[in-house]
Design a protein around this ligand. Structure first.
Ligand code: SAH
Length: 349
């Protein structure tokens, strides 16, 4: 049990059992979630209480390593959670926002051909507290970003390791913790869940939270190609995914995003652009093109820039809103699809 797994009510109960007054729990909760403080740093709490907390409700988050790229605007934080998982969280500073990219699982069972996490398979599910704690701790890195970015985390994307809807309860629990106004108080509209296309998860999302944004990893616009790149397509074929996203759109009135990794000679053809445009128009979706990042198990290259521009142009001509995602963190293996557990030896040190 991670202290970040406890709700304010559960913390209050625990501290009451220790004979602490109710305001102590609120104080502790604010320190944990607003200040991202360690127990040693919570100097407004009595020392004996801090000792007892450290013993009985350990924070169980350790920063093992931190690396920077893109002239300091990207920071990769290597975290050890609960003494058992090692997870990478990436913090990216932009002019108008700072985005934390969090993992929901250690490894992933979806096996997308081009993804480093998929290539390693599934190790473990993270708990809600372990997912949310990545943001708490990523926030400690934000003040070290260059001065031209906001010095705090403003957005969270569930685009790190793992498939959020394959660990749905914990993912939604993490969203609830991050958006709790008594704690971190992040706005739900600043949180994006990215999914490979788990149909039931997409359909249930509006009932859990109708403000959270949705991104779907499409990567191919027909079942034949998509099943090759994204094996999960055999479980949840394209048409079912599209219908689920249409339903989510109807319920929430928000614009979904479709993600598309640009792979040279594979899914960057005019034919795919045409089919993708039809899907995006039907869903009134925004399309995000992501140049492929190299991973050890996939021998393909990113589409050349001219091809990406042409693909984007075809979508635009068809009336589709499209952006080309800038690649962040490549040189420290912190870019999309590059996260994998390669540091387990550090966990024992
Ligand atoms: N499982 C979720 C979220 C994690 S991946 C999902 O599939 O959406 C986040 C995004 O990075 C997805 O769109 C994924 O397809 C993309 N991605 C994975 N590997 C990549 C790579 N090697 N290069 C570029 N993008 C990649």
């Amino acid at each position: 049990m991670n202290v970040y797994d406890l709700t304010l009510e559960q913390l209050t109960e625990r501290l009451a059992a220790w004979g602490e007054p109710p305001f102590r729990a609120r104080q502790l909760y604010a320190q944990l979630w607003r200040r991202s403080a360690t127990y040693e740093e919570m100097t407004d709490l009595p020392a004996r209480l801090r000792e007892r907390l450290a013993e009985e409700l350990p924070i169980e988050v350790r920063v093992l390593d931190e690396r920077t790229a893109d002239r300091g605007a990207t920071r990769k934080v290597l975290l050890e959670l609960g003494g058992r998982h090692v997870i990478e969280t990436v913090v990216m500073g932009y002019r108008d926002r700072v985005t934390a990219c969090v993992s929901t699982q250690s490894g992933c069972a979806m096996r997308c051909a081009f993804c480093a996490t998929g290539q390693m398979g599934l190790r473990n599910n993270l708990t809600a507290g372990e997912i949310a704690a990545q943001v708490v701790w990523a926030r400690r890195a934000a003040p070290h970003l260059p001065a031209w970015t906001p010095q705090r985390v403003t957005n969270v994307v569930f685009m790190g390791m793992g498939e959020p809807f394959a660990n749905e309860r914990a993912t939604l629990g993490a969203v609830a913790r991050l958006t709790d106004p008594r704690g971190m108080g992040l706005g739900s509209r600043h949180v994006t869940i990215s999914t490979v296309g788990v149909v039931a998860g997409i359909r249930r999302l509006p009932d859990a939270n109708d403000q959270v944004r949705l991104a779907v990893s499409l990567h191919a616009a027909d079942d034949e190609l998509r099943s090759e790149l994204v094996p999960a397509n055999r479980l949840w074929p394209l048409e079912q995914v599209i219908e689920a996203v249409a339903y989510w759109r109807e319920r929430t009135h928000h614009r979904p995003s479709l993600e598309w990794v640009m792979i040279d000679g594979v899914n960057d053809t005019d034919d795919q652009a045409g089919k993708l445009a039809a899907i995006a128009r039907r869903l009134r979706a925004h399309v995000n093109l992501i140049p492929l990042n190299a991973t050890p198990g996939f021998p393909m290259r990113a589409s050349p820039p001219a091809r990406i521009r042409r693909f984007a142009g075809l979508l635009e001509d068809a009336g589709v809103n499209v952006t080309i995602r800038d690649t962040r963190g490549r040189e420290i293996e912190a870019a999309c699809g590059q996260l994998r557990v390669e540091h387990e030896r550090l966990a024992v040190g």
